[in-house]
Design a protein around this ligand. Structure first.
Ligand code: ADP
Ligand code: MG
Length: 329
């Protein structure tokens, strides 16, 4: 598979009252063409900051280091002009809360047209046709009429679709989706997920999908990366990680997935809570909550090891975790 995005040692710091807070810590991963990567972890683990860091959509006081290689060039070193072409153009982002991403005083059609004007060479007439096509593509009925409507005239699910239509107007090669269905009810959530899968096939896009719902990962993603306290602690194909989690945190997340046939609900947390950025534990950040923790975990940050083809983990006691087996079958 051709690699489209290669992230190396990505680190993002925010200035805190008593020193820098590291929200994304030495994160590395790559993404193939047409691949859907799920980024999972409890709230506050750094998923949104990671997505925003990829396209430098951060407050000015944030500091970044590492490399984000997109089509052979490092986004972190790009000029503002080149960055503008990539962000919202080749790489589009959709957010959890469509109301914050949509402009309330502009009709949806104009918001699509703005992106078409900025990122394509289409004529006025061609843009009108394309806007209708995009509305059809994301499943908004009566496109011609609805293009002139304002965001408040759309339901939650339709707003989410409109935001996706705007994001797709630039023909992105990569879609960054930050919990795009969390606020929606289950039926609409399933429709939007199916839409993203269809679009991946139709437009040959790659997708990074942030979610805290492992059911969504199982239904949607090819590979997954598990984040804890700003680090990626495990990556692998969805099938491999579900069948054989190698990190105690991943195992805990899988254990809290609702069983098939029960109501889908957010993850119940593993005992304890994730650390705040100002008090990340020494050694492995997960050790205070970990049933497998030993002396070394309290002292030393584990390196990331490749334990099986394409399956990486940063855990001192991964063999003990593997021996215990997966909580899901
Ligand atoms: P997630 O998306 O996994 O729930 P986030 O990526 O939003 O988590 O946040 C990771 C950490 O970074 C959190 O502790 C959050 O409080 C902190 N954070 C996010 N944005 C900022 C900011 N602008 N300034 C300071 N800290 C921030
Ligand atoms: Mg988030």
């Amino acid at each position: 598979m051709k690699t489209v995005l290669d992230v190396r040692n990505l680190t993002t710091r925010f200035a805190g009252p008593s020193g820098a807070l590291v929200a994304v810590n030495d994160v590395s991963f790559s993404l193939g063409e047409r691949e859907i990567l799920g980024l999972v972890g409890e709230s506050g683990s750094g998923k949104s900051v990671t997505l925003r860091s990829l396209i430098r959509l951060l407050p000015s006081m944030a500091g970044q280091s590492g490399e984000v290689i997109w089509q052979g060039r490092d986004i972190l070193n790009m000029s503002p002009k080149d960055l503008k072409a990539v962000r919202g153009g080749q790489i589009s982002m959709i957010f959890q809360e469509p109301t914050t991403a949509l402009n309330p005083v502009l009709p949806i059609g104009l918001q699509i047209d703005e992106n078409l004007r900025a990122h394509t060479k289409l004529t006025h007439r061609e843009r009108l046709i394309r806007a209708r096509e995009l509305m059809d593509l994301v499943g908004i009925p009566e496109a011609a009429r609805r293009l002139s409507e304002y965001p408040h005239q759309f339901s939650g699910g339709m707003k989410q679709r409109a935001m996706i239509a705007i994001a797709l107007a630039s023909n992105p090669r990569l879609l960054l989706a930050d919990e795009p269905t969390t606020a929606l009810d289950v039926t609409i959530q399933d429709q939007i997920l199916k839409l993203i899968l269809d679009l991946r096939d139709e437009l040959a896009m790659s997708v990074i999908f942030v979610t805290h719902d492992l059911g969504v990962v199982a239904a949607t993603c090819d590979r997954m990366a598990v984040m804890y306290a700003g680090r990626i602690v495990e990556t692998g194909t969805v099938a491999d990680v579900f069948a054989q989690p190698m990190h105690a945190y991943t195992r805990g997340l899988l254990g809290s997935v609702p069983r098939v046939g029960t109501e889908r609900s957010p993850l119940m947390s593993i005992e304890g809570t994730p650390p705040s950025l100002s008090a990340i534990p020494q050694g492995c950040a997960f050790h205070p909550r970990c049933d497998f923790a030993t002396e070394i975990c309290r002292a030393t940050q584990p390196d990331t090891k490749m334990l099986a083809a394409e399956h990486q983990v940063a855990c001192h006691n991964s063999l003990a975790v593997v021996k215990t087996g997966s909580p899901v079958r």
